[in-house]
Design a protein around this ligand. Sequence first.
Ligand code: URA
Length: 269
Amino acid sequence: MNAQPHDTAAMESLLAFWRDAGVDACFEDSPQDRTIVVAPALKAVTRATASVTPVVNMGDATAEARRLANDAETMEALAGAAAAFKGCELVGMGARGCVFGRGDPHAPILLVGEAPGAEEDAAGQPFVGRAGKLLDRMLAAAGLADRVFITNTVFWRPPGNRTPTPQEQAVCAPFLERAFVLMKPRAVLLLGAAAARSVLRTEDGIMKVRGQWRDWRSTEGDVSAPVIATLHPAFLLRQPQAKRQAWADMLELAARLDGDTDGPALSDV
Ligand code: URA
């Protein structure tokens, strides 16, 4: 290239600005609003999946997800089915691969976070970054460390670690529901607003819904479990004063499992 020195400097500065703003991948020549489902978004789904499964609309992608998920008879098979699924828009947006879950697939507790971030994308496992380490410390202090399976509402890293859209969550939901049906957990913990929105199907804010037990029932209605939402560990890193509420939710979860109301103290975390 014959770029003038000052052009190169300007370009580097612009790229640094974008990187700092969280833009770490390029997909189109012009920007698109991916937070709403309109015809261009559907075209993007079709384009991203064209070489694998012809997807006509979100309904078809969700039906394909449900078919793949329901064919899985074990959690291991379910992880493979999710990895084979190409109908989520996020697949074509720069994620290295599918991040399905970690922990004991036969555990009594299912944890659901928002979406893999950069570290999870690199490691292929959910909650391995700073937020994950805080989560692990809280689980250990509550005596729940080896009693959980951890997954997310979507299985591919959204570009720039943005929040997954309701459409991306909806298309991945059959895999999450199948995990729920296969595990038949004794309790479910939702981590943060995006997980609460997707699983509880509510627009209420996390501060309103956290700390209250609700019922999660499978579509067929044959599996149900108590579910409680709490604050996301990444939020706790930014707002440490909110740890008290998240810790109360964690103890509530432990008590539900063990029938024990006197847990360890927040200072143990
Ligand atoms: N945040 C999430 O919600 N999920 C992860 O896997 C990592 C960070």
